[in-house]
Design a protein around this ligand. Sequence first.
Ligand SMILES: *Cc1c(COP(=O)(O)O)cnc(C)c1O
Ligand code: SF4
Length: 352
Amino acid sequence: MIPAASLALQPDPASGPDPAPAPAALPAPARWQRLWREAVRDPRELLALLGLDAAAAGLSEAAAAQFPLRVPRGFVARMRHGDLHDPLLRQVLPVDAEERIVSGFSLDAVGDGAARKAEGVIQKYRGRALLVATGSCAVNCRYCFRRHFPYGEETAARDGWAGAVAAIAADPGIDEVILSGGDPLSLATPKLAELTARLAAIPHLRRLRIHSRLPIVLPERVDEPLLQWLAALPWPSAFVVHANHANEFDPAVDAALARLRGAGVQLLNQAVLLRGVNDSVEVLADLSERSFAAGVLPYYLHQLDRVQGVAHFEVSDERARALHAALAARLSGYLVPRLVREVQGDTGKRPL
Ligand SMILES: *Cc1c(COP(=O)(O)O)cnc(C)c1O
Ligand code: SF4
């Protein structure tokens, strides 16, 4: 997940992994790239796979046209058959409620020109520069502000990273680069390696961070070339995954996360608080415990970005605080994520 502000700079189609291999010129696509392309894109197919009726599901063609459905088949396999309220299904199914216009939920991402350092580079917080590596994702999450920017180009990558790398190199105050998107792991591994090779020449970088939902939604992405790339990075690295519900974990995800840990990265999870998905103490506690069992520490629980079409997911601040307090009363301290919201102009994520 990326801050809304970066999207205005960095819209991109969710059309597929990058780059689309040219025939003959490149090696055969990796297995994860084939699985990516085989993702379910037709809401009716998704519902049929789950034994559900489109009318009863509140399926919205208009919402699907505005922000297409996209979900890898392995993620579909973790949904409960015949359950319209399945928490994984709710995250990806385009429904009528998205068409409601609700005041306070805007169409525009809150542009933050001052935070933009270069094409695809955003700095809001001290020391950390966020690099929008690509706008592509393997899954389209209905609650994401990305829904309003389905088309565009990979701006940070367009000039072979030169502008982004130059901006970071020119500022010795930056000691951490965050690869974000979209999903940075939707880039092919050689492209990631090209980028980090350029970053490695910058002496003031001390840490690398990667924000990616791919180990959760398409664990096959964590393949041998990716692990070799990670293990060879010249910095200590943090890897922030994004899971909102314990059911998103399965043995394939556990194995992918174990492989990541084996490559020496610190694993953290960020989740978004979503009505009808994870807005209960039981579900949030299960998520923390399940994450920890997979070697992942809870990091953030975000209040969602108020973009049009997501109001039905919103949990009030009052309820969010009550849930968080109940969670803290129940779990070990290190299993309690920080409840935060992104507020323009702040020096960091704002605790609620
Ligand atoms: C969220 C965010 C970060 C990371 O913040 P942490 O609190 O360090 O996780 C960095 N840059 C931008 C622009 C962000 O939105
Ligand atoms: S993985 Fe989902 S929440 Fe994250 S940027 Fe992509 S669509 Fe948005």
